[in-house]
Write a protein that binds this ligand. Structure first.
Ligand code: SF4
Length: 506
């Protein structure tokens, strides 16, 4: 049974204490078992980034954005465990994410679990509206448990997928997608693995969702559930990132003295899940809508967090331009303006997706506008690379060639480096190096580049959605009316460009 002990609105310190107390979580980093993620040098910056989402509820500049009133427990909760109650909440999400990027300089990892909660709220709500209320009841109890304890959740969606051309049930490795291997009176046993899971080593619990639309043959793979990270049989292997070894050097400039994020592989090695934590069981018909609802939620969020990282990069670039006295040169101003345009475009699209949100359930279930959410993510898959390129152009080759902070601390060469690394005399060489490292660490990071392309679905996935959501026939009618064309051609065997989205079919 889920224990409904009250905590609510934990501080960052309480979150850190909570994951320090986990007992059996099997986490590996670079071949070694990690027993305390809060002190492990590789993972500590990631824990600090997660912690920022808790601290935000107590800091003056983010307190209002980071708190929300939950009608499910009639209390204020951290927004990261809140179910959106209207477009204002969707907008607040995008604004909060932008602010948190300013505080962390990286991905703060807690949004995937949040999006998973909102997705399951809608999907189990739809099931209940169709007469199957059991999942709804279980989910609402779980939601209450999460909100009362202010848990840090990961959302695990992407399966390892094996042979990409084969469906889950056709795979030579039957565990290439997470599946049910046993049904018991008290619950189910699951097996398989999920890849690229953001923040997975630093959470209290993981919420698992199917990664694709399934068919009847794939029913054993149509499963959604939640388990604490220290559940027996769960193994986490943390992935490497660019410059990650710098975190272990002990400096305070070169590495990531601020924060970092991580992704990892989570393996479910015959893991038992009690029934009260199972939110979808073999009902494959719900997998399509579930994937679509989740993907659009996360695509909307990118408009906030990635534009926030864009601000960090624009700021570092501007300050670096000052260090060499070119900040007011017309060509630099032009490039900075271009960076601002690219950045604000991502944010504007995220806001549009939020304001144009709609209710999918009779009782609420506020979802983003899927077209604008997909546009947001598609911009994010492109613009961060442009922003980084412009930043590197203005900042100069030093972003890729600067000496280490340890050179600057070596008494034998310190004076020489201070002399030759300095631009304008008012700004010391060390300050310039700090800005260079910040720019390097953020603008060529996994969080700003690779995650922007592949997180929440690669660009092809958004193009599929554009074709599903855009009404080409209607646009054609507009064009024909203006040009006074009367002929309508329907080819009997022509593929239908616009197929209704899964959510439209609900
Ligand atoms: Fe949140 Fe952005 Fe990280 Fe996704 S990529 S978890 S939206 S900060």
């Amino acid at each position: 049974m889920i224990n409904q002990t009250r905590f609510m609105l934990r501080t960052g310190e309480q979150y850190v204490e909570g994951i320090r107390e986990r007992r059996h979580a099997k986490i590996y980093v670079m071949g070694k078992r990690v027993t305390d993620v809060t002190t492990n040098l590789f993972l500590k910056p990631s824990v600090l980034s997660f912690k920022a989402t808790f601290d935000a509820a107590f800091q003056e500049d983010t307190r209002d954005l980071a708190r929300a009133f939950s009608p499910f427990i009639n209390e204020e909760v951290n927004r990261f465990v809140h179910i959106h109650q209207g477009p204002q909440d969707l907008v607040a999400k995008v604004k909060l994410l932008r602010r948190l990027s300013h505080k962390t300089g990286t991905c703060f990892q807690r949004c995937v679990g949040w999006d998973a909660l909102n997705t399951l709220y809608i999907v189990t709500g739809k099931m209940a509206e169709r007469g199957d209320g059991v999942y709804r009841e279980r989910f609402l109890k779980y939601l209450e448990y999460v909100q009362r304890r202010d848990l840090a959740l990961a959302g695990a969606m992407t399966d390892v997928k094996g042979v990409r051309t084969l469906r889950p049930s056709e795979q030579p490795n039957p565990d290439a997608y997470v599946r049910v291997v046993e049904e018991r009176d008290d619950g189910i046993v699951v097996s398989g693995a999920k890849a690229n899971i953001t923040g997975i080593a630093a959470v209290d619990e993981v919420v698992v969702l199917p990664t694709r639309a399934m068919t009847e043959q794939d029913a054993a793979y149509a499963v959604s559930f939640a388990v604490p990270l220290d559940t027996p049989g769960v193994v986490v292997v943390v992935g490497r990132q660019i410059n990650d070894a710098r975190r272990m050097e002990g400096g305070d400039i070169d590495g990531v003295p601020y924060m970092a994020h991580h992704e990892g592989l989570i393996i479910f090695n015959n893991v038992f899940v009690p029934w009260d934590r199972v939110f979808l069981y073999k009902d494959w018909r719900w997998t399509g809508p579930l994937v679509e609802i989740f993907a659009s939620y996360h695509r909307q969020g990118y408009g906030g967090c990635k534009s926030g990282l864009g601000d960090v990069i624009i700021g570092a670039t501007y300050e670096l331009a000052k260090t060499i006295g070119v900040d007011n040169k017309p060509n630099v101003a032009d490039k900075l303006a271009e960076m601002v345009f690219l950045n604000e475009s991502m944010y504007s699209a995220g806001l549009a997706a939020s304001w144009e949100g709609s209710k999918l359930l009779k009782e609420g279930g506020w979802w983003v506008n899927p077209m604008y959410a997909n546009v947001t993510k598609h911009l994010v898959a492109r613009f961060p690379y442009e922003i980084s390129k412009l930043a590197h152009d203005i900042a100069g080759g030093i972003v890729g060639t600067a000496p280490s902070e340890f050179d600057l601390k070596n008494e034998e060469i310190k004076n020489l480096l201070e002399k030759y690394l300095q631009g304008v005399p008012e700004i010391p060489a060390e300050e310039r190096l700090r800005l260079v490292r910040l720019l390097e660490n953020v603008s060529v990071s996994v969080g700003f580049l690779i995650e922007s392309v592949h997180g929440a679905g690669s660009p092809a996935a958004q193009k599929i959605m554009f074709n599903r959501l855009y009404d080409y026939e209607k646009a054609g009618e507009i064009a024909k009316a203006l040009s006074r064309v009367k002929v309508t051609v329907k080819w009997p065997k022509a593929p239908e460009l616009r197929r209704p989205s899964e959510t439209e079919k609900l």
